[in-house]
Design a binder for this molecule. Structure first.
Ligand SMILES: [Zn+2]
Length: 206
């Protein structure tokens, strides 16, 4: 990072990742942790990318409809607008749908941690082709973030909608041909599958 905007302090925060396919409860887990931060009277801030306009523009809403107010941002460096002057008063920073930010989010996350602030994010690990999810500027992908040392990575699984096994680790695109890598959708276009079912259906697509 060439333009450091935040002051370094001598404490450092914890990095927690919540990853998994769609429908694995990532946002619910994120909101559960925000709730706990609230109970502990911590100062927290939640960011979500503008690309995700499911349900609500301002709130992060899990599929089970628990909400928290989010700062909706277009570019990763807009994070500084919200936390720049408040840096000493913030305890926890949360990100939802982190895969929809641009690659600059990686150095920004490192810098926030160095300022003693905890970070918890929810992110899709893989595209519906089973590849590492690219950040929107295509410079880095989610694997570059996962390669950073974490205090905790929570790897959630969904229920396979084809065979019912409780070990779905893939998101599968169900609406025929998919031409762009990033295509925002919900249960009308995506489903969760276990490895066996994903492989069988991908072979049928070929
Ligand atoms: Zn299955």
């Amino acid at each position: 990072m060439n333009n450091t905007k935040l002051n370094l302090s001598n404490k450092s925060g914890k990095l927690v990742g919540i990853i998994g396919p769609m429908f694995s409860g990532k946002t619910s887990e994120l909101l559960r942790r925000i709730k706990r931060s609230n109970i502990a009277r911590k100062n927290w801030i939640l960011f979500k990318p503008i690309i995700d306009q499911r349900y609500s523009k301002m709130d992060v809403v899990s599929h089970d409809l628990i909400t928290a107010e989010a700062k909706v941002i277009k570019k990763s460096n807009e994070v500084y607008i919200y936390i720049g002057n408040n840096i000493k008063h913030i305890d926890d920073v949360f990100f939802d749908e982190l895969q929809f930010f641009d690659s600059e989010i990686i150095p920004i996350i490192q810098e926030i941690l160095f300022n003693g602030i905890n970070i918890t994010y929810a992110a899709l690990q893989a595209t519906s082709e089973g590849k590492p999810f690219p950040f929107i500027d295509n410079q880095k992908h989610i694997g570059d973030l996962l390669a950073l040392p974490h205090e905790e990575i929570i790897n959630l699984k969904a229920v396979c909608t084809r065979c019912g096994n409780d070990n779905a680790v893939f998101t599968f695109y169900t609406a025929g041909e998919k031409n762009e890598i990033i295509k925002v959708g919900g249960s009308e276009t995506y489903t969760a599958l276990c490895r066996t079912c994903f492989n069988e259906l991908m072979n049928k697509k070929k």
